[in-house]
Design a protein around this ligand. Structure first.
Ligand code: HEM
Length: 439
């Protein structure tokens, strides 16, 4: 069994501004009954001692609670992601908490299905569908979108400014970090006929239902929202009125490897994933970038003026504290990872966050060092065939947002206790849910 190093061994000074925690020594004689719980407050608040213990003591570790094999060393995670023949993505979107019949019934009523489309697609249709996505988010498109991203950021920050002037406080997660990526995605993909707040609610509900540990009553509530989202996507795809320049329009023109058009279920599944992945993860990244940026000595004062500092800060947050903390694969046949034999059908949980703190690759991993030579070598966006096609957009949005916030709200500070704010605590997603600032 895995237990973390004593938290008492982590100096408080290591917590503010340098990323959390420090690496524990080997587990040695520590409490053998300490049980790793990936959903516990303990793990979510400070996963670093646990991740270090996993890397050093049990780098391919069977977690009895979830049935997943946790892979935590950088080299192992990278190898798995690059070997698409042995490690399939089919389990990427499976519900972590089994969905009881009553919940399945709610989803079925809305016609909910998720056939392989993007992240969960290891079939020959993947490459073509992925190309539809990458065309919307390639480097030129992202560069051309910068003025729009800046305009939306400044509009939202103007409102934050008014709130600060009126009340001396403002919460930047729900008013800024969450809304900016949603508005940007809607512009880039030509999404209309829905309010950003609704899209955010649907997206959050989907993440919690599939990656959380909700009780039955909550699952039922979430399933209603997810069903509503799916139904709306189905109506949009089947309605056939989406402009040709929109993402839905591009999917309608897409042809599968055999030349046949895409079926509506797969088109909906592609939209379902992209509409969630394209905004929630970036909102989470922004929340951490802002929270950490506000507590790093001197950063907030310099970041708007010093060329490249915002980009480098975003990169270090992606390495040390990424929003997508884990990702799944399943073995196609019996194999071995890190010297551990795995049967066919073994479900792997790749600890992306743990890989970014692997001292073999990133010296002094607990320190935020915007001048690391290998600053972009982290695996926060995956690698290989399924590598995130939104990486460039997410990086750009986060840097633009950080610079704009530091420029427009130069005098703010994080509310006392702000680093202890409630956290999003899903199996694969982690971020502060509040970034309250005062002046
Ligand atoms: C900070 C923000 C983001 C993070 C950390 C992130 C992370 C990831 C990760 C870890 C994967 C899985 C990679 C793999 O299986 O090898 C992925 C896949 C994907 N992401 Fe992102 N993502 C982010 C933002 C975005 C954005 C903005 C978009 C779209 C605009 C997007 C769209 C996708 C899609 C479509 C896939 C599936 C790709 C495929 O299977 O070929 N993501 N992302």
């Amino acid at each position: 069994m895995i237990s973390p190093a004593s938290h008492a061994s982590v100096p408080d000074s290591a917590i503010v501004g340098t990323g959390l925690g420090g690496c524990p020594a080997a587990l040695g004689a520590r409490d053998p009954l300490g049980v790793l719980d990936l959903f516990s407050d303990d793990f979510v608040r400070d996963p670093y001692p646990w991740l270090a213990a996993l890397r050093s003591e049990s780098p391919v570790h069977h977690d009895a609670a979830t049935g997943l094999w946790l892979v935590s060393r950088y080299d192992d995670v990278r190898r798995v992601l690059l070997d698409a023949a042995v490690f399939h993505p089919d389990n990427a979107l499976r519900a972590v908490t089994p969905l009881p019949v009553a919940v399945l019934r709610v989803l079925a009523r809305a016609g909910f299905t998720l056939p392989p489309a993007l992240a969960n697609n290891g079939t020959p249709s993947h490459a073509g569908l992925r190309r539809v996505v990458t065309r919307f988010f390639n480097a030129e498109r992202v560069t051309a979108a910068v003025p729009m991203i800046r305009r939306v950021a400044e509009e939202l920050l103007e409102r934050a400014r008014s709130e600060l002037d009126a009340t001396s406080r403002c919460e930047l997660f729900t008013s800024f970090a969450q809304v900016l990526p949603c508005r940007v995605l809607m512009e880039l993909l030509g999404i209309d006929g829905v309010a950003p707040a609704t899209l955010i609610r649907w997206s959050d509900a989907s993440l919690e239902l599939f990656w959380g540990r909700p009780a039955l009553e909550r699952q039922l509530e979430l399933a209603e929202s997810v069903g509503e989202f799916h139904q709306w996507l189905t109506d949009t795809v089947r309605g056939g009125t989406a402009p040709p320049s929109s993402f839905v329009g591009a999917l309608a023109r897409h042809r599968l490897p055999g030349g046949e058009p895409l079926d509506a279920e797969t088109a909906v599944a592609a939209c379902f994933f992209v509409f969630i992945a394209g905004q929630s993860t970036t909102g989470q990244l922004l929340a951490t970038v802002l929270q950490r940026g506000l507590t790093e000595p001197g950063l907030w004062q310099r970041v708007a003026r010093q060329t490249g500092l915002a980009e480098a800060w975003v990169e270090e947050v992606l390495r040390r504290e990424p929003p997508v903390t884990t990702w799944r694969r399943i073995t196609a046949r019996a194999t071995e990872v890190g010297g551990v034999s795995l049967p066919a059908g073994a479900q792997l949980l790749l600890m992306l966050q743990g890989s970014g703190s692997d001292p073999e690759i990133f010296p002094d991993p607990e320190r935020m060092r915007p001048h690391r030579t290998n600053i972009r070598h982290h695996l926060a966006f995956g690698v290989g065939r399924h590598r995130c096609p939104g990486a460039s957009l997410a990086r750009t949005e986060a840097a633009v947002a950080l610079r704009a916030a530091a420029d427009r709200l130069p005098e703010v500070r994080l509310e006392q206790g702000g680093t202890e704010s409630p956290m999003l605590d899903l199996l694969s997603f982690r971020a502060p849910l509040r970034v309250t600032v005062l002046r």
